[in-house]
Design a protein around this ligand. Structure first.
Ligand code: NA7
Length: 885
């Protein structure tokens, strides 16, 4: 029931007094307009407060020459009303600012939105009143507003950044800001013009200004990656795709990573030849689509520095091929950030503009601006006299517009600016603890600027309005996230930020463009589709993380964290759940082996190493296959004897191939993966004895294998971790071989099932408790399970080689791994531990799938280097991933 004193549908913009509405919205751009429409349809009274003179938001203010969208307009449109979609036809692939503004005006008219929008009205203060449970807003124009709910549809790039250059006030010529462009036409003809800034606004406006001005000087601090827009009519293939199944196309966009329906690229760069990579790149260059080039080249381009560098090199090559003056070309080549980590741009004649006789580029990295004077711009090398200065210097992004409304005062008189003093903290990017009934549309902590904004805005508005309607039905009047939920979301954001390369660049995504602004990746980097799934899950799980209250003490609080898994682990587990596989233990030994082989065939190929050799070594009467991975560096290398996972039943010397390759590269050591014999054909203690025999043989043949003589190292995952641990005990008891250290990754160390992780993680994390029971039954009779050769935790732990034990939070084997590490330490064995938060049993072996596993493998490599007593070795793998675990 609407509680308004102003009936829905009347503006209520009284000249004084108090306007009462259910919901107040700030901003009449893409988000505010849709918000008003949805609120009205849901029966809420609402007012939109907009400082501009008309609708449009960012498109109202950014009227600079050349301004266009750079997501294709067929994607950058509202999708909530199929009739609206066909009622409006875009004239170009990338619409101009005037056309987008006309579109937003068309939408405002079609749904009669203007009557509830107070234009030319700025909110000057917003205060939560505990007693009435309402927000009170004061404005600079007309009535104050009392609203139960307050929605910030303020946009992410709407608060222009001050110039931060001394002397601006002394300049006697004309000054313009791209983000606050005047409504009247600006004449450049016959003028000497300076443009400061080469982000999207600079890159779009520079070619247009250069054509009109007498002379243009571009002041560039950081070159940006840009590619040609190839503007024109909407590409036929995309339009056909949309028109063939409009609803399906929109649904795919909502489920996609960036809000534009492109498939997930699976090929990794090292699987492709140079020619194949170049062909893909040329196609992307010709496509003129940022989302395409950012996602469709190869799977590792956005998550791995090496994969990214391959694209960046090709892009730089293009710049050099267009720009004739080599020094200018070099200055225009970005070299301080990965491609995509800073917002790349679409351009039309941008690079070619620097071949014009009336254009000069000033590289501020070489000659910084020292001041703006009455006549122009002074660098430490020259004075450039100009008539016009255009500041294309960007925005106080994501938080600027929200914090610009001063003060927003929440519960207990706390101001949002103070609460966010060290950086924004939100729950889902939508709400803030301590600020009841306040909603942020595309706020920090949501995909927002890393996505097609149209898709993200609709999702946020729908979520908020649906929640308001649900609260109203349930009789609740306030909603506020809990501190636990918000802290959990911040952790999840930090985990997500380890997956992509955005953290490696100084950008407005990280707050680095505004002096003094706290640093950190502000948008959600986990993708639009996964994010939408999480928002829905919050609702499905009883508004998890929200406290709801209502009249007469009504309260509901289902506290908790929505995502505790690492983001990529969550995706993999969801994907596995969707496959609805039968339990592996129901497949029989051979069926399970075939399944694992098939499963492994779908994973990314392992990375190149110096050499891969297959061989065989004796173990009793039998020969065991092995696969040797040699680093690309010359000389003798330490040897790591590796035992694969698979519960003593599955896998072989090749089944952990990507892991062995990755560790070989990271450690600069030889990895020898041993194909020990399997149960049920060969039951206990065959695998343990094979492991020992293999380690002994390899140690005795180290030199022939190209390894360093002396102590070997052992390593293993899961059942292989068990074999590695047992091998160390046997080697100590049987007089060799000498083992310098043991890396135990999610090891089985005990046959007891008493450990709580067996119950906590019994199902849902791929390795299940019942699968572990089956493995043990296949391998070992119950009577033998106390034997240290299967339960090394029960063996003598004195005098064993130093160990590094890795356990994963969501793994049935977690507690026995921790117990083994603690028991070793108690017996005087030097032990390092990695307790990997949010990870599952396969996190570290799913190389190039679970990207958040990289930091764990770095730590494992470091431990192995320490065991081998090699100094901080040069590894051949990139070291760009900071610790995530
Ligand atoms: P951006 O992308 O933030 O670009 C601003 C540009 O201005 C960028 O090149 C900055 O260099 C430069 N800049 C900022 N301050 C200065 C000073 N003080 N001196 C010299 N140069 C400076 O803003 P845009 O408006 O172009 O684009 C914003 C987004 O809108 C865009 O990403 C799309 O999403 C749409 P820096 O890189 O900081 O060294």
């Amino acid at each position: 029931m609407s509680e308004t004193m102003v009936a829905p549908g009347t503006s209520g913009a009284a000249s004084g007094g108090l306007q009462q509405v259910d919901v107040a919205v700030v901003g009449a751009g893409f988000a505010g307009l849709y918000c008003l429409h949805r609120l009205r349809k849901a029966g809420f009274s609402a007012v939109v407060l907009e400082s501009g003179g008309d609708v449009g938001g960012t498109w109202y203010w950014n009227r600079y020459p050349g301004a266009r969208c750079d997501i294709q307009t067929i994607d950058y449109s509202y999708t909530f009303d199929p009739e609206l979609e066909t009622a409006w036809q875009w004239s170009e692939k990338y619409a101009t600012q005037p056309e987008i503004l006309r579109y937003l005006g068309f939408v405002a008219d079609r749904y009669d939105l203007r009557r509830d929008i107070r234009f030319g009205t700025k909110v000057t203060q917003a205060t939560w009143d505990e007693t009435s449970g309402r927000w009170l807003l004061t404005t600079d124009n007309g009535a104050s507003v009392s609203a139960r709910d307050y929605i910030m549809a303020t946009g992410c790039l709407s608060q222009p950044k001050p110039p931060e250059i001394d002397g601006v006030q002394d300049f006697k010529g004309e000054i313009y800001f791209t983000g606050r462009w005047p409504h009247n036409e600006v004449t450049f003809a016959g003028k000497r013009v300076a443009v400061i800034g080469t982000g999207s606004s600079g890159i779009q406006s520079i070619p247009v200004i250069a054509e009109q001005a007498d002379y243009l000087t571009v002041f560039q601090r950081t070159p940006n990656f840009a590619m040609p827009a190839h503007n024109g009519p909407a590409p036929a293939d995309r339009a056909a795709l949309l028109n063939s199944d409009r609803a399906g196309y929109r649904e795919q966009a909502r489920a996609s990573m960036a809000g534009v329906p492109y498939p997930q690229q699976m090929d990794v760069s090292w699987q492709l030849t140079d020619a194949e990579r170049r062909a893909r790149f040329e196609k992307a260059w010709a496509t003129g689509d940022l989302v395409y080039i950012l996602s469709q080249l190869w799977a590792d381009q956005a998550v791995d520095a090496e994969g990214n560098a391959l694209v960046a090199d090709l892009l730089r090559e293009k710049v050099r091929s267009i720009v004739k003056d080599p020094e200018t070309a070099e200055a225009l080549c970005p070299d301080d950030h990965p491609f995509g980590a800073k917002r790349p741009c679409l351009e039309t004649n941008y690079y070619a503009t620097f071949n014009r006789p009336n254009v000069t580029l000033v590289n501020l990295r070489k000659e910084p601006i020292t001041a703006i004077t009455a006549t122009g711009i002074k660098t430490d090398k020259r004075n450039v006299d100009v008539d016009i200065i255009v500041f294309a210097t960007g925005f106080d992004a994501m938080t600027g517009a929200i914090r610009a409304i001063h003060p927003i005062t929440g519960r207990g008189g706390r101001s949002l600016s103070d609460v966010w003093a060290d950086g924004p903290e939100t729950y889902l990017g939508l709400t803030v603890a301590g600020f009841p009934n306040l909603f942020l549309i595309t706020g920090p902590g949501s995909p927002s600027v890393l996505s097609n904004m149209a898709v993200s805005i609709e999702q946020h508005v729908d979520w908020v309005v649906d929640r308001l309607a649900a609260l109203r039905s349930a009789g609740f009047t306030t909603i506020e996230p809990t501190e636990t939920a918000q802290a959990g979301w911040q952790r999840h954001l930090a985990d997500c930020s380890m997956v992509t390369l955005h953290r490696l660049a100084n950008t407005w995504y990280t707050g680095a463009n505004v002096p003094g602004k706290p640093r950190g990746v502000m948008p959600y980097t986990g993708g639009v589709g996964p994010y939408r799934g999480i928002c829905n899950e919050v609702v499905d799980r009883g508004m998890l993380g929200f406290r709801l209250t209502g009249p007469r003490g009504a309260e509901q609080c289902n506290d908790g964290e929505i995502v505790r898994l690492q983001p990529d682990v969550r995706l993999v587990l969801n994907w596995l759940a969707e496959m609805n596989l039968p339990p592996i233990e129901s497949m029989g030994a051979q069926g399970a082996r075939d399944f694992v082989a098939q499963f492994n065939a779908t994973r990314p190929a392992g990375r190149p190493v110096g050499e891969v050799l297959d061989g065989a070594l004796p173990a009793g009467e039998d020969m065991l296959k092995y696969r040797l991975y040699r680093p690309a560096t010359p000389g003798l290398h330490p040897i790591v004897v590796y035992f694969h996972g698979g519960g003593w039943v599955l896998g072989d010397e090749q089944s952990d191939d990507p892991f062995c390759r990755d560790m070989c590269r990271r450690t600069n050591m030889i990895f020898i993966s041993v194909g020990y014999r399997h149960a049920p054909e060969h039951r206990f203690p065959t695998a343990a004895e094979d492991g020992y025999a293999a380690a002994k043989w390899i140690a005795e043949h180290a030199l022939e294998l190209g390894g360093q003589p002396g102590p070997i190292l052992v390593a293993g995952w899961s059942a292989g971790g068990n074999i590695a641990a047992v091998t160390c005990q046997l080697a100590r008891d049987r007089g060799g071989p000498e083992i310098g250290g043991q890396l135990l990754l999610n090891p089985v160390t005990d046959c007891s099932t008493e450990h709580p992780s067996y119950t906590e993680n019994a199902t849902g994390y791929f390795l299940t408790r019942s699968l572990m029971y089956w493995f043990k039954d296949m391998y070992c009779a119950p009577a033998d399970r106390g034997d240290p050769r299967i339960s090394p935790l029960r063996g003598n732990l004195k005098g064993l080689p130093p160990a590094f034990v890795v356990t994963s939070e969501f793994d049935p084997l977690r507690d026995e791994g921790i117990a083994y590490a603690e028991a070793l330490a108690a017996h005087g064995v030097p032990v390092g531990q990695l307790k990997a938060r949010g990870h599952f049993h396969s996190s570290f072996t799913m190389v190039d799938v679970i990207i958040t596993g990289v930091s764990g493998r770095e730590q494992m490599a470091e431990a192995l280097r320490m065991f081998a007593k090699v100094p901080e070795a040069e590894s051949t793998a990139p070291q760009v991933h900071a610790a995530a675990s």
